[in-house]
Write a protein that binds this ligand. Structure first.
Ligand SMILES: Cc1cc2nc3c(=O)[nH]c(=O)nc-3n(C[C@H](O)[C@H](O)[C@H](O)COP(=O)(O)OP(=O)(O)OC[C@H]3O[C@@H](n4cnc5c(N)ncnc54)[C@H](O)[C@@H]3O)c2cc1C
Length: 471
């Protein structure tokens, strides 16, 4: 931290956003929307948008949207919170789940109406934990489209985004308020920026092996499927400011990255009836606990792993999800006419693999829980011809971070607010509880990013306006 006392500032903004991911762009746009005329700027460490929001499937959960009503889906924040809490379990930021569920419909409608984002209600899958269809996503089901829409709108509103300018420190007043940040330009010059409010949108610490070893040791050595920029600056700065942290042991894992292609194999394949087997052709658990929780099961067991489905599941999934369709097109989803050729392809004992498929089919047909307790089988029992993809588990992002209040203001350990400092997305505590990868429900990442960005941008704009009014 550097002190503002006697400091010469090189630039001055009303609202300074650090990080040009989903959280940062939502925060900047929300601030601009709430108070036209404010000077807003975004600092981005990397030379273009490469954060997790770009890598994501762009799925944002929201309860009570007009898109749900048009589709005849009945939902409410209360139902959403009940779903979130059931999956999250033990929690250090429960008020945040309520706040984000409450704001979720307003957020999604604002993204469409004011932030220029194309979103549709996903009706072909719900993903684990959601009791109704409430994921809203770009038609392509890709985060890149979401982010490019946000970027276009930010450019249209003349919000400067300084790519290749990492923030390396915060500026703090003698009273303990955050009043700016220090950035480094691409040519290596330090720029000290004064700001009426600073919004931390730097994501979490999944790319920082030291912080992972400290807070999430069981995934510190796992393959990493997230962005390089998630180095955990918000944790470091928060510690220096005496901030409170929540849910630091929580993270999103994913059980199915195509191996070796590296692309995400959507869990829709499992939700439609697919299974995961090990190198012997045996299942290792109940896949319906979700892709994040199942990643931990895979990590404990040790690979290789194969996701087996059938051509009905493959074609239905590929028809709605571009990334999976591309994986199919490049040969990442192999086809086998029957169990004999599937076993031969995977070099497995045919009797073992046939027994695995038979046991799963019996559960799907009778409705009785299988040996692992699984009862949800999507399209029903798998049928030949089968499909198979070799998969591996990975860590996607951390879900722990700075404790914030309902206005996204960062809190100290004594519960007081750090004036001038806001946080959202992976920089803030998440809503997935504190039980490693088990509490993550699809959409928790982007809801925390876009939802807290939206809340923080509006609150920061209001704070700056109030300060100006009293000056
Ligand atoms: C493969 C994958 C799929 C996913 N799918 C989904 C999904 O469908 N739905 C969902 O809800 N979640 C999903 N997630 C999680 C979700 O992507 C993240 O939780 C969310 O994008 C976080 O948004 P963010 O703005 O906090 O971080 P990011 O989008 O990562 O943005 C942070 C930005 O800050 C920049 N930055 C970092 N440090 C600094 C610094 N010091 N100075 C300046 N800039 C800095 C980074 O470079 C980055 O651009 C997925 C994640 C992955 C990896």
């Amino acid at each position: 931290m550097i002190s503002s006392e006697g400091q010469v500032f090189d630039a001055n903004f009303d609202v300074l956003v650090i990080g040009a991911g989903g959280c940062g762009l939502a925060a900047a746009l929300a601030a601009a929307d709430a108070a036209p005329g404010l000077e807003i700027a975004v600092l981005e460490k990397l030379d273009r948008m490469q954060g997790n929001s770009m890598l994501s499937s762009g799925s944002i959960p929201a309860a009570g949207t007009r898109f749900q009503r048009e589709a005849g889906v009945e939902d409410s924040p209360a139902v959403f919170v009940a779903d979130l809490n059931r999956v999250a379990g033990e929690h250090e930021a429960p008020a945040l789940s309520d706040r984000l569920a409450q704001v979720s419909a307003e957020l999604v409608e604002w993204l469409v109406d004011r932030a220029g984002v194309q979103l549709t209600l996903v009706k072909t899958y719900k993903h684990i934990g959601h009791s109704v269809h409430r994921l809203h996503s770009p038609p392509s089901r890709r985060g890149t489209d979401l982010m490019h829409d946000l970027l276009r709108t930010a450019e249209a509103r003349d919000i400067p985004i300084a790519f290749g300018n990492p923030a390396v420190d915060l500026v703090v007043s003698p009273e303990g308020a955050v009043v700016g940040a220090v950035a480094v330009t691409p040519s290596g010059e330090r720029t000290v920026i004064r700001a009426g409010a600073v919004i931390l949108c730097t994501n979490g610490f999944a790319a920082n092996r030291d912080l992972l070893a400290r807070y999430c040791p069981e995934v510190a050595g796992a393959a990493y499927g997230g962005a390089a920029g998630s180095q955990g600056e918000a944790v470091e700065w928060g510690q220096q400011l005496g901030a409170a942290f929540g849910n630091m042991t929580s993270y999103q894992g994913h059980a199915s990255l195509a191996d070796p292609h590296g692309s995400l194999v959507t869990w829709t394949v499992v939700e439609k009836g697919g299974i995961v087997v090990d190198g012997q052709g045996r299942r290792i658990g109940d896949e319906s606990i979700g892709y994040s929780a199942f990643a931990a099961v895979e990590m404990t067991h040790g690979g290789p792993f194969y996701e087996i489905a059938d051509t009905r599941v493959r074609d239905l999934t590929a028809s709605g999800q571009e990334e999976y369709a591309e994986l199919v097109a490049i040969g990442g989803v192999a086809e086998a006419a029957d169990v004999t050729s599937l076993a031969a392809r995977l070099n497995m004992d045919e009797a073992v693999l046939a027994g695995t498929l038979q046991a799963a089919a019996e559960s799907a047909e009778t409705g009785a829980p299988d040996a692992f307790g699984r009862t949800a089988w999507g399209l029903g029992a798998l049928q030949a011809p089968y499909t198979v993809t070799r998969i591996a588990p990975a860590l996607f992002h951390t879900q722990g971070g700075l404790q914030v209040d309902g206005e996204a203001r960062v809190l100290r350990t004594d519960g007081s607010v750090i004036p001038g400092l806001y946080a959202g997305g992976g920089s803030a505590a998440g809503i997935s509880g504190n039980r490693s990868g088990q509490g993550y429900m699809s959409g928790n990442g982007l809801l925390g990013a876009l939802g807290l960005g939206y809340i923080a941008g509006r609150a920061a704009a209001r704070q700056v306006q109030e300060t100006k009014a009293t000056e």
